[in-house]
Design a binder for this molecule. Structure first.
Ligand SMILES: Cc1cc2nc3c(=O)[nH]c(=O)nc-3n(C[C@H](O)[C@H](O)[C@H](O)COP(=O)(O)OP(=O)(O)OC[C@H]3O[C@@H](n4cnc5c(N)ncnc54)[C@H](O)[C@@H]3O)c2cc1C
Length: 345
């Protein structure tokens, strides 16, 4: 049954956590570096997105209290939700759990219903991204996760003299060395590689003529203009939709595959045997995965797009493929070849 009111829900969560708190003793003795005697964190978590704060919450529940989470973004703006994610809602279905650590009252459903009343959750389709960010901020504050914002980790390593791991952080132009027994990299999509604009664009066009979807884009400046998007994945569609909503005259998406990707593999991956494969059930799940995805994908093709069906002025959007894709160079307007097109409505 839904708890009514946020403060009643917070009391219930504190109550649940207290009941489940066994053993309650802390067990890690405070440590200092061997030579310089600097304080050592038990765990340093890099990244205050949902992964980082949920990790910190789980550690605190296990009585690992001497920890710190750092994030290069301002407080409350970790992860993509309030910056470069330009979809209206999460794509993940709302019933997916995770940060709640198994406590029903800590789910986004409980948080939402406490504020909007019983039945409100059923009335919501997918979760608006701002709502998800708000839930994460509430979660972080309620569970008292110590986050140091505007702090970038610029290097990590092991110091054999000091006998500890180190992380160099930069905040407000100042560099500092932190020490830790363990470092968790919860750096999300930013930690997976590098944002890159292909050289044939970066080296040819003036900076005001192109943007990466990760960056800040002045969509109002695109009003009345033709816009070309390189790629036709989720972010390509999201950014194209925003450009059209803000008055771009036409947006073309270019891609090199034979067909648009129309299956979301994450939906397939949502079963315990996959999500816990390498950790909890290595023996049971052996062999479960092979060949399953193709079979699943062929029977799970969406019949319609859920992306902005009501707001997108689709008459102006086109998906382009063929001789001009992949982009290998940017020809002058007069040399531009004609490409086969598909409507994205
Ligand atoms: C446009 C878009 C839409 C998405 N939609 C969905 C969706 O619908 N459902 C879904 O499940 N997932 C979605 N994702 C994936 C989403 O990124 C992750 O699910 C979620 O954000 C992962 O959480 P995380 O904590 O691992 O990483 P993040 O939320 O990315 O958080 C990582 C944090 O680490 C910080 N960081 C990185 N490097 C450093 C450093 N050196 N020093 C300090 N801080 C650092 C980053 O600034 C960031 O704040 C989407 C991603 C994008 C880009």
């Amino acid at each position: 049954m839904a708890v009514e009111g946020l403060s009643a829900l917070e009391d219930a969560i504190r109550h649940d956590l207290a009941r489940l708190q066994y053993p309650s003793r802390t067990w890690l003795t405070p440590r200092r570096t061997k030579v310089s005697g600097a304080p050592v964190l038990d765990v340093l978590v890099v990244g205050a997105g949902q992964g980082g704060i949920a990790t910190a919450a789980a550690l605190r529940r296990e009585k690992v209290d001497n920890l710190l989470v750092v994030d290069k973004n301002p407080l409350g703006r970790a992860g993509p939700w309030l910056t470069f994610a330009r979809m209206i809602t999460l794509r993940t279905p709302k019933h997916v759990t995770g940060p709640d650590l198994g406590l029903p009252n800590l789910t986004i459903q409980a948080w939402y219903e406490a504020q909007h009343g019983a039945g409100s959750w059923e009335g919501m389709g997918l979760i608006p991204k701002e709502t998800w960010a708000e839930y994460l901020a509430w979660y972080r504050e309620l569970l008292e996760i110590p986050v140091r914002a505007n702090t970038t980790v610029v290097g990590v390593g092991w110091d054999s003299n000091e006998g500890e791991l180190w992380a160099d952080v930069e905040q407000d132009g100042k560099r500092e060395r932190l020490w830790a027994r363990r470092i968790v990299l919860a750096t999300g999509i930013e930690g997976s590689g590098q944002w890159r604009v292909p050289a044939f664009i970066r080296d040819v066009l003036p900076p005001e003529k192109f943007s990466h979807t990760r960056g800040e884009i002045d969509f109002d400046a695109l009003k009345g203009k033709r816009v070309a998007v390189l790629g036709a994945g989720a972010s390509a569609f999201d950014n194209a939709a925003v450009a059209l909503e803000r008055g771009a005259a036409q947006v073309d998406l270019f891609f090199r595959r034979e067909k648009l990707v129309d299956v979301n593999p994450y939906r397939w991956a949502e079963f315990v045997g996959f999500l816990h494969t390498t950790g909890t059930y290595p023996t049971l799940s052996a062999g479960v995965l092979s060949g399953r995805f193709c079979a699943w994908a062929s029977s799970h093709r969406p019949t319609r797009s859920r992306a902005r069906p009501s707001t997108r002025p689709s008459r102006c959007g086109r998906v382009v493929r063929g001789p001009v894709s992949p982009w290998l160079a940017i020809p002058c307007a007069s040399q531009r070849p004609k490409a086969p097109t598909t409507s994205i409505s």
